[in-house]
Design a protein around this ligand. Structure first.
Ligand code: 13P
Ligand code: SF4
Length: 308
C-alpha cells in the first residue's frame, strides 16, 4: 500500500511529536491506514491505558471515546481532529434523567454504555462496551439493573442474561446509523444470493435484525470472526468503515455491507486534513474537569477489571 503525500506528512509529524494515533473501526480507510492502532471501543480503552512513553494522543473517533482516553490519562494531552465528531447517542442520556431514574430504583446497579458523556459516567457503577456488556451485567449483584442509553444493546444483554431485569435509561436511546439498517431485509436479500455467507450484526441494531444474524458482535468481535471463520463471504451489519478495514486486512474473503450508505456522520467528520492540523496545532484538546474525570474513572477502571 502506497501512502499519499498527506498521509506521509502525518506519519512524519506523528513521529516527530512522539504522538500516538488511535482510530476507531469506523474511521475512513485513509486514517485507518496510518493509525498506530485501529479497534473497537474496548480495545481502544485498553490501548489508551499506560501510554507514558507518548507525548500526545490523537484520537480519531468520536467525543466520548476521546474523553475516555483523556480520563484514563489525566496528565496527557488528548486531541480530537474535529470538535464536531459528536456521537448523538451519547448525548441522549442527560445527567438529570439518570439521577431521576436512580431515585426511582434506589440501590439498583447502574451500567452505562461507554457511549455516554463523562458527566453521566460519574453516576455509573460500571461502564460497558458492546464487547463486554453481557459479561459485565452477569457479574453484578441484584436482579434489576439500570442500563443506558442504548435500548437495543439492553435487549441484546437481556437475551444473554435472562436472570436480570434491565431497565433502559432513557427508553428511547439508540444509534441512528444502526437504526437505519432496519430489520435487515436488505441483508436477507444478500443472504439469498450468497447462501453460504455469514451475517454478522452489531448489538446496536434493532432486535428484528439481531434475530436474523449468525452472530451479534462488537466491531472487534466482527473482525475476529471474519478472520477465524471458514466462510468466504460476510454480510456486515454495522457502519461501513468496518467493511473498509476487513477488505484491507483480510484478503481472499468478500465483505458486503448489509445496507448501502450506513455511514456515521460523526465519525466521518474526521479527515486527513483535520488530523494533520490537529497534530500540528495540538488542538482541539479534550478537557474533562478533574472533579468529573476522577469520578468517571472509577466505573471505567471497574469495567476494565471485570472484563477479559
Ligand atoms: P464498538 O465498540 O463495537 O466498536 O462500537 C462502537 C460504536 O459506536 C458503535 O456504533
Ligand atoms: Fe454513535 Fe452510532 Fe456513530 Fe457509533 S455509529 S459513534 S453509536 S452515532
Amino acid at each position: 500500500m502506497e501512502l499519499t503525500g498527506l498521509q506521509r506528512k502525518i506519519v512524519a509529524l506523528k513521529e516527530e511529536k512522539n504522538a500516538l494515533l488511535l482510530a476507531h473501526n469506523y474511521q475512513i480507510n485513509e486514517i485507518q491506514e496510518i493509525a498506530d492502532f485501529v479497534g473497537d471501543s474496548l480495545e481502544l480503552c485498553r490501548r489508551a491505558q499506560g501510554v507514558e512513553d507518548r507525548e500526545l494522543i490523537v484520537f480519531c473517533g468520536v467525543d466520548f471515546m476521546a474523553e475516555t482516553a483523556s480520563i484514563l490519562n489525566p496528565h496527557k494531552k488528548v486531541v480530537i481532529p474535529s470538535a464536531e465528531a459528536i456521537c448523538p447517542m451519547a448525548a441522549m442520556l442527560p445527567l438529570k434523567v439518570l439521577k431521576n431514574m436512580k431515585e426511582k430504583y434506589p440501590g439498583a446497579p447502574v451500567v452505562l454504555y461507554v457511549n455516554t458523556l463523562a458527566e453521566a459516567k460519574t453516576e455509573a457503577d460500571v461502564i460497558c462496551t458492546s464487547a463486554n456488556a453481557a459479561e459485565i451485567v452477569a457479574q453484578l449483584e441484584g436482579d434489576t439493573i439500570l442500563f443506558g442509553p442504548d435500548v437495543n444493546l439492553a435487549w441484546y444483554v437481556s437475551q444473554r442474561v435472562p436472570e436480570k431485569t434491565l431497565v433502559p435509561v432513557p427508553d428511547y436511546g439508540h444509534c441512528i446509523v444502526h437504526r437505519f439498517l432496519g430489520d435487515g431485509s436488505e441483508a436477507m436479500e444478500l443472504k439469498k444470493k450468497y447462501p453460504d455467507s455469514e451475517l454478522l450484526v452489531h448489538p446496536e441494531c434493532e432486535p428484528e435484525f439481531q434475530e436474523k444474524a449468525d452472530f451479534v458482535l462488537s466491531t472487534g468481535g466482527i473482525y475476529r470472526r471474519c478472520e477465524e471463520s471458514p466462510a468466504k463471504v460476510f454480510i456486515i451489519g454495522t457502519e461501513v468503515g468496518m467493511v473498509d478495514r476487513l477488505r484491507r486486512e483480510i484478503p481472499g474473503k468478500t465483505f458486503l455491507p448489509a445496507k448501502k450508505f450506513s455511514e456515521c456522520a460523526a465519525m466521518k467528520r474526521i479527515t486527513l486534513e483535520n488530523t494533520y492540523d490537529s497534530l500540528m496545532n495540538e488542538a482541539p484538546v479534550i478537557r474533562v474537569p478533574e472533579e468529573i474525570a476522577a469520578r468517571a474513572r472509577v466505573p471505567i477502571e471497574r469495567m476494565l477489571e471485570m472484563s477479559r
